[in-house]
Design a protein around this ligand. Structure first.
Ligand SMILES: Cc1cc2nc3c(=O)[nH]c(=O)nc-3n(C[C@H](O)[C@H](O)[C@H](O)COP(=O)(O)OP(=O)(O)OC[C@H]3O[C@@H](n4cnc5c(N)ncnc54)[C@H](O)[C@@H]3O)c2cc1C
Length: 410
């Protein structure tokens, strides 16, 4: 993506971008990836994250295509970054209480804004790009206008939010989550926690003016940044939970295929899902936050799901419809009963708002005699058991995983 950034929510657009970037995924990426040259020049990074988020392109596809072009040694850095995503997804699966706590904190902090004028002023200045810190203000506006920020800018932004502006990290994460096209419950929440010193306990990330100056190519050198970053404290203990794989029972009786934002390439389930009677796509525009989600971010998510339904209809030869609703339980029960569906099949739903919705609907579906079958991706099944503590465990297993999953040419 060399000039104007734009993302079209289709698998074809994702593959085209991957192939255009591929030659630069080796040494070029390792040497250049930390530079944020600004929204007009993103040629040093892949810009694939919005597509990966909705699974319009899979991590497996990215890795396979990359390793068809480069040796693992040559593309090591890029490959590791792709596995960072898998690590965060797996880690949150093992620590779902972090997500629940984050959601409840955001609700509480947003309610408090009106009663705490100082907090509200600080929050409004930061989220509208009026703090007087030129770099930070630029990124706040860049995020709102484009739906994207470079990884280094995300780190600097989060660090300044927490340690210089002294705002709650959860409100910053919520601001990102409402605006990013790639907004992901795991990567976003856990990256903010990592900057705050909550993910790797006690280890914070401090944004320094000299580092910003170097890696923005001299575009910014902000003054007055915090010089120390004491870790944020929390009382909760988030213990490790075994992952509930919900192993597939064989679907029995007539099947309905459920498509959500968690997998917008349902055609990949062909072979595992046979002859669905009907296909339902379901989403809401309000699940990310009590505050408004940006129109840009909602439009990308909506396009991703609409396109997925069209392709699923073609691939499975069954009628597809879309429900945009706050009441998933009623929509699911009515759809299943109206089509005499006994088993709803969907891709495994990772921790996040979609899983929360389905967890609410699950008992009602059960009482109505409707089973819900979630099919996990072999890639996640292979990666997630290695995402229980730090990234190192998964990183050390990358060569094995690549081999086991058949991602590199022999
Ligand atoms: C505070 C903060 C919030 C973030 N929020 C999100 C988010 O909501 N969604 C999201 O996808 N990423 C998030 N990231 C991670 C990272 O910034 C983006 O994935 C990356 O900038 C996307 O750009 P790219 O596709 O060009 O990445 P590239 O550098 O080209 O990397 C290729 C792919 O690897 C994955 N990846 C790269 N870096 C990371 C990383 N540090 N963590 C996890 N996955 C990574 C992405 O899927 C990315 O598309 C966040 C990082 C920070 C510091």
């Amino acid at each position: 993506m060399d000039s104007s950034m734009s993302w079209t929510a289709t698998p074809d657009a994702a593959l085209k971008q991957l192939r255009a970037f591929q030659p630069r995924a080796g040494q070029n990426y390792s040497a250049e990836r930390n530079y944020d040259y600004g929204p007009e020049n993103r040629s040093n990074i892949s810009c694939l994250s919005p597509w990966v988020r909705y699974q319009l392109i899979s991590e497996e596809c990215i890795l396979r295509e990359t390793l068809a072009c480069h040796s693992l040694a040559n593309a090591e850095k890029f490959v590791q970054e792709v596995f960072w995503r898998s690590y965060f997804k797996g880690w949150l699966e093992h620590h779902p209480s972090v997500w629940a706590q984050y959601r409840s904190d955001v609700n509480r902090l947003i309610r408090q804004l009106e009663d705490k004028p100082e907090l509200q002023d600080g929050y409004l200045a930061a989220s509208s790009g009026h703090t007087g810190i030129d770099a930070f203000d630029f990124w706040a506006r860049e995020l709102v206008t484009t739906g994207y920020l470079h990884n280094h800018a995300r780190m600097w932004f989060a660090s300044i939010w927490i340690f210089t502006l002294r705002l709650p990290w959860q409100l910053g994460a919520d601001f990102f989550y409402r605006h990013l096209l790639d907004a992901d419950p795991a990567s976003n929440t856990l990256s903010w926690r990592w900057v705050a010193g909550l993910h790797t306990k006690g280890k914070t990330y401090l944004a320094r003016a000299s580092n910003i100056e170097k890696y923005t190519g001299g575009r910014f050198a902000p003054a007055g940044l915090a010089e120390v970053a004491s870790p944020v404290a929390e009382d909760e203990i988030h213990s490790l939970k075994p992952i509930e794989t919900r192993p597939g029972c064989d679907p029995s009786g007539p099947i309905g295929l459920l498509v959500t934002e968690e997998n917008c390439t349902p055609e990949d389930l062909a072979g595992q899902v046979e002859d669905p009677r009907s296909i339902l796509g379901i989403r809401t525009n309000t699940d990310r936050s009590p505050l408004e989600t940006s129109a840009l971010a909602n439009a990308f998510a909506s396009d991703a799901l609409t396109g997925a339904l069209t392709r699923a209809e073609r691939r499975f030869g069954a009628p597809a419809s879309l429900a945009v609703t706050e009441d998933w339980t009623t929509a699911l029960v009515e759809w299943a009963e109206g089509n005499r569906i006994q088993t709803i099949v969907t891709q495994y739903l990772p921790v996040g708002p979609t899983r929360d919705r389905i967890n609410q609907a699950r008992p009602v579906l059960q009482n109505s005699g409707i089973r819900l079958l979630e099919i996990p991706r072999p890639y996640d099944v292979a990666c997630w058991p290695n995402a229980t503590k730090g990234f190192f465990k998964l990183k050390a297993r990358i060569p094995d995983l690549i081999q086991t999953l058949g991602l590199a040419r022999a």
